[in-house]
Design a protein around this ligand. Structure first.
Ligand code: ATP
Length: 397
């Protein structure tokens, strides 16, 4: 229908990017993104005539949004960006051809389009074949693509985490070579991609890519630093692999959907270890107060990435308490029952099993004392976070 409207006005309209990819993958399609030859002013006029609401917040980038027959749509003018290598954002330039618009997109799987109303499928860079091979690859040379917009390297890791695809070898090699270029990207853009990666079904796959390519060194160097030399005699576990495992455990305990702060805290709970490692007589190692050091490091990195203050505090507290609790009272009077500890996440040193036993035990008297202590910790934690959030809300008003 929207296609006919644009056709009547003499403009091409194509469904493009994420929705085409997700339809091919038979994943739920969220937003409907379109691309058109119409300039933003013309798009706005058309949408105003046919949509219940229209928003122009993305107009500087050529995007006009609207509600069309109950569906949220975003229509972007064909892009043919030029890049300002010094500046941090692409310089927007409009184009006249669908091909040019698709070529400037990040990956082949995102560079497919379906014309409306004719339903002609355009896949000039082999996106369908790459979906079949479960591969992430840039449409043109990966070096020039990543030099144009280094954020695309993070996006590659994000899509690996979201789709479960591998990054093709030349694209991966370019990520290794160009990882230092990520420093040209603003903290907010890096944070937004990192958040999407962490919330994906398999963040561990994306994180491994970030660490292996050197991208993590640019904004979270404490993560690769977890690959410490392990003293064989100390029989200490590999802290990096352990951290990824704790993240998996945390995901396994989620009941209400992805929990960003818990996931970040799980990943970072041991980042104070490299800094506090000491070899003691006899060949053992200690990590005195590494939880406090880790909380401080996490605060610093999250502030740099411009996370909201309350999020920084929540992760910092979870790390300093070393994830020893993550429960909440279930709302019933005195209701510290098994559901109260369901979301309790802990270190993987066998504590997880103990925790599960605790949950299953339905809080017998023996466990009640422990549960009460956890609740006191948790209440203090909740109170602090609530206060911070209220402060932030007040400032926003
Ligand atoms: P989601 O909406 O789940 O985040 P998506 O694939 O829709 O996934 P967006 O970040 O919304 O991703 O971007 C929409 C489309 O715009 C992408 O499919 C891609 O074609 C294009 N795109 C977005 N960012 C870039 C970029 N930095 N470089 C090139 N193309 C991009």
């Amino acid at each position: 229908e929207l296609g006919r409207v644009f056709e009547r006005e003499g403009h091409e309209l194509h469904l493009v990017g994420g929705p085409v990819r997700d339809a091919v993958l038979r994943r739920p399609v969220s937003d409907l993104d379109f691309t058109t030859g119409a300039r933003p002013e013309a798009t706005e006029a058309i949408l105003r005539a046919h949509c219940s609401t229209v928003w122009t917040t993305g107009a500087d980038f050529g995007t006009i949004g609207g509600m069309f027959r109950g569906e949220q749509v975003e229509v972007t003018t064909f892009r043919a960006d030029a890049y300002d290598r010094v500046g941090r954002n692409p310089v927007v330039r409009y184009g006249d051809r669908l091909e040019d618009d698709l070529e400037r997109r990040d990956f082949t799987v995102n560079a497919m389009a379906v014309s409306l109303p004719g339903h002609v499928f355009a896949d000039p860079f082999g996106g369908i074949a790459d979906i079949a091979r479960r591969t992430i690859r840039t449409p043109a040379s990966p070096e020039s693509s990543f030099a144009d917009d280094p954020l695309r390297m993070l996006r590659a890791a994000r899509f690996a985490a979201q789709l479960g695809f591998d990054v093709e070898a030349p694209t991966l090699a370019a990520m290794r070579d160009l990882a230092p270029e990520l420093s040209r990207i603003t903290a907010e853009r890096v944070r937004d991609e990192f958040v999407k990666l962490m919330l994906a079904p398999d963040p561990v796959a994306g994180l491994r890519l970030l660490v292996d390519t050197g991208l993590a060194d640019r904004f979270l160097p404490e993560l690769p630093a977890l690959r410490m030399e392990i003293d064989e005699h100390a029989q200490h576990k590999d802290v990096y692999e352990h951290s990824l495992q704790v993240l998996r455990n945390a995901i396994g305990l989620e009941t209400g959907g992805p929990d960003l702060l818990l996931r970040i805290a799980a990943l970072l709970h041991d980042i104070g270890k490299p800094e506090t490692k000491e070899v003691v007589a006899g060949g053992g190692v200690t990590f005195h107060h590494h939880d406090i050091a880790g909380a401080r490091l996490a605060r610093r990195r999250m502030r740099e990435l411009r996370f909201p203050k309350a999020d920084v505090q929540a992760v910092s507290l979870l790390i300093s308490l070393h994830l020893r609790f993550y429960g909440y009272a279930d709302g019933e009077e005195g209701g510290w029952t098994d559901s109260a500890v369901r979301r309790y996440v802990t270190d993987a040193d066998g504590q997880l099993d103990r925790l599960n036993a605790l949950v299953r035990s339905d809080c017998t008297t023996r466990n009640r004392r422990k549960a009460e202590r956890l609740r006191r910790d948790y209440d203090a934690f909740e109170e602090r976070i609530a206060r911070l959030r209220a402060e932030e809300d007040l400032r926003a008003v």
